[in-house]
Write a protein that binds this ligand. Structure first.
Ligand SMILES: NC(=O)C1=CN([C@@H]2O[C@H](COP(=O)(O)OP(=O)(O)OC[C@H]3O[C@@H](n4cnc5c(N)ncnc54)[C@H](OP(=O)(O)O)[C@@H]3O)[C@@H](O)[C@H]2O)C=CC1
Ligand SMILES: O=C(O)[C@@H]1CCC=N1
Length: 282
């Protein structure tokens, strides 16, 4: 494989995540992208991304293919473009679609299964990935170069990907729920809207940085804020009455269970697609 700067990248499915990936990569090398509806996209075009109407043409042109369609579209798209991905690394960002399904749908390609989040749009995502079978020299470097454009990244065992989808992939939605609630609380007491938003967002950023940089457990850091008989403990007491920690634990468990359910449905769908394509050939 060539170094990342010379790689031609095709993003199949330039929606929320595919569009973010295409925008992040375009300043550093040639990128084409596809969508279902062939409509102009001023934002992607301004970023230097060339839009193509045909997945096969895009994949055939590229050195590295990124798959960012919805999970249900992954198998049909791979059956459509498998031949054009032959001998190439393909990075799939689809939730719940296992390396086994990816590899069975396009056996000639070499797959990475990855999960990122919407902060990829500003290069602040946390991306996790697992490589599949038969990687060639340079594949890992090329994929890591791509993930680095999106933010921090880490290689993990594939068995962790469903729960990481529920935690790091879905995570921004939980954090926004918390931030929105903090803002609403401050509005209720009368803080101006903009000040409430700035205070909530910067407090979250600072708390996350301190957690990573101090190496201390969240419980220790929380204790440092909580003055005996002070202000914070009144807020914490209300949160505990609202069983907030249980609610968040249940959220991650429920989302993780849904990822497993989607994975099972994807196996059935892959088998149906395979049978239909064999019938067409026969
Ligand atoms: N949203 C998120 O926070 C995250 C999502 N993911 C995963 O990323 C994937 C995409 O999700 P998301 O970006 O939210 O979804 P979007 O609906 O925003 O994007 C999907 C894109 O795929 C395009 N598309 C549909 N069918 C085809 C096709 N046959 N060929 C080419 N393009 C096609 C759609 O085109 P059109 O715009 O014309 O409809 C759309 O642009 C999913 O698998 C999801 O699990 C991963 C991490 C986080
Ligand atoms: O909700 C979803 O299915 C996708 C996967 C992670 C974030 N969004």
């Amino acid at each position: 494989m060539k170094g990342r700067n010379e790689l031609k990248v095709a993003v199949l499915g330039a929606g929320t995540i595919g569009g973010a990936v295409a925008e992040a990569l375009a300043p550093h090398g040639p990128v084409v992208a596809t969508r279902k509806r062939a409509e102009p996209n001023p934002r992607l075009e301004a970023a230097g991304v060339r839009l193509l109407g045909d997945n096969g043409e895009a994949a055939g042109w590229a050195d590295l293919v990124v798959l960012a369609v919805k999970p249900r579209q992954v198998v049909p798209v791979l059956l459509e473009v498998g031949h054009a991905c032959a001998g190439k690394p393909v990075v799939s960002f689809a939730a719940a679609i296992s390396l086994e399904i990816l590899q069975r749908s396009a056996p000639q390609a070499r797959f990475f299964r990855a999960m990122t989040n919407t902060a990829a749009r500003i290069g602040q995502a946390f991306t996790v990935f697992a490589p599949g079978r038969g990687m060639e020299e340079g594949d890992l470097r090329a994929a890591e170069g791509l993930f680095a454009r999106l933010g921090d990244w880490q290689q993990v065992e594939e068995t962790h990907l469903d729960v990481l989808t529920a935690m790091a992939g879905s995570g921004p939605a939980y954090i926004y729920t918390v931030l929105e609630a903090l803002i609403l609380g401050a509005l209720r007491v009368g803080l101006p809207r903009d000040l409430a938003l700035q205070a909530a967002a910067h407090t979250a950023i600072g708390a996350a940085h301190l957690l990573l940089e101090s190496g201390e457990h969240p419980a220790e850091l929380r204790d440092q804020v909580t003055t005996p008989g002070g202000v914070t403990i009144e807020g914490i007491y209300e949160l505990e009455e609202g069983r907030v920690r249980t609610a968040f634990m249940k959220a991650v468990c429920a989302a993780s269970a849904k990822a497993t359910e989607l994975a099972e449905a994807a196996c059935l769908q892959a088998e149906e697609c395979r049978v239909r394509s064999l019938q067409r050939v026969g």
